[in-house]
Design a protein. Structure first.
Length: 293
């Protein structure tokens, strides 16, 4: 069944993917109308999240942010589809780095690094970073159930040089690289909600106490990794700019969860600046009021 779904769906994805960006964004506008006004995909979830995160914003502004979000939300998935056939040169033109020299200076110290960021703006094209740094790049991802689509996704992302690694296997890879002196950089998107039974730490996120991922901090301390934050800014439709900021070169000196707090604070600040580019369809506050006393 998975193969049948693949051979029926992938040719359509590929045909979409080879279209020019200007045509794809016209299609995106049409999908936005369908998704927002007809289907109403997760509109209540997005509205609930926005009202929780910005209780002092007037309702009219909340609705404006929601509409802008859906426009961007569809664009992101169109850009993901385009990633199957987009050239490296096209991505380099559309996805810029303002201070990649920070990573290259860090590379000289011989240590590996964790690159942390949220699901904000376009997080997919960060894969191109491998072409600009000395590190061997990895990006943690969740495996797609359909093995045929999973293979295509891996191939399309790894053409930029960064290796996709299942989240469940990232520790094994870090251990192997450290043992064999392979200086690497591991990309983690750590802003979403962990499962309750895997939660070690709760803290406020936009004034709501929620469980947060602490894996980035744990890995940095255990394997002596530098920690860097990536801040992606949307310049205009289809064009992005990423700025890196060093969190620490000595993770072990921080008390437990302080690095996680620093990361979450940076996420909040980034989202507050342009909230329409955050991934609001995710039920980020689903564990509200469940924090242990």
């Amino acid at each position: 069944m998975n193969f049948i779904v693949y051979i029926l769906v992938y040719p359509l994805i590929w045909l979409l993917s080879i279209l020019p960006f200007r045509i794809l964004y016209i299609i995106s506008d049409a999908i936005y109308v369908l998704l927002y006004y007809v289907i109403g995909y997760r509109k209540k979830v997005v509205l609930y999240n926005l009202k929780l995160a910005f209780p002092n914003k007037p309702e009219e502004e909340i609705f404006t942010i929601r509409k802008k979000f859906y426009h961007h939300f569809v664009d992101i998935f169109i850009e993901m589809i385009k990633s199957f056939t987009v050239s490296k040169e096209e991505v380099y033109k559309r996805y810029k780095y303002t201070n990649v020299e920070l990573l290259n200076e860090m590379y000289k110290d011989g240590k590996s690094a964790i690159l942390m960021g949220p699901h904000y703006a376009n997080w997919e094209w960060i894969m191109s970073i491998d072409s600009f740094v000395g590190y061997k790049g990895y990006a943690a991802y969740t495996k797609v159930n359909n093995k045929y689509f999973n293979k295509k996704i891996i191939n399309s992302r790894e053409k930029f040089g960064t290796h996709l690694m299942q989240t469940s296997k990232i520790i094994t890879e870090i251990q192997y690289n450290k043992k064999n002196n392979i200086q690497s950089m591991y990309g983690l998107l750590s802003d979403q909600s962990p499962q309750i039974h895997k939660t070690h730490y709760w803290r406020d996120f936009f004034g709501v106490k929620v469980p947060v991922h602490t894996g980035g901090e744990m890995l940095a301390k255990k394997y002596d990794l530098n920690v860097v934050y990536m801040n992606v800014k949307k310049i205009k439709r289809g064009y992005y700019e990423t700025t890196f900021s060093l969190i620490t070169t000595n993770a072990t000196k921080y008390p437990n969860y302080e690095l996680t707090d620093i990361f979450i604070d940076k996420v909040e600040k980034q989202v507050q600046n342009k909230p329409e580019y955050y991934f609001w369809t995710h039920k980020r506050f689903k564990h509200k009021d469940k924090a242990p006393v």
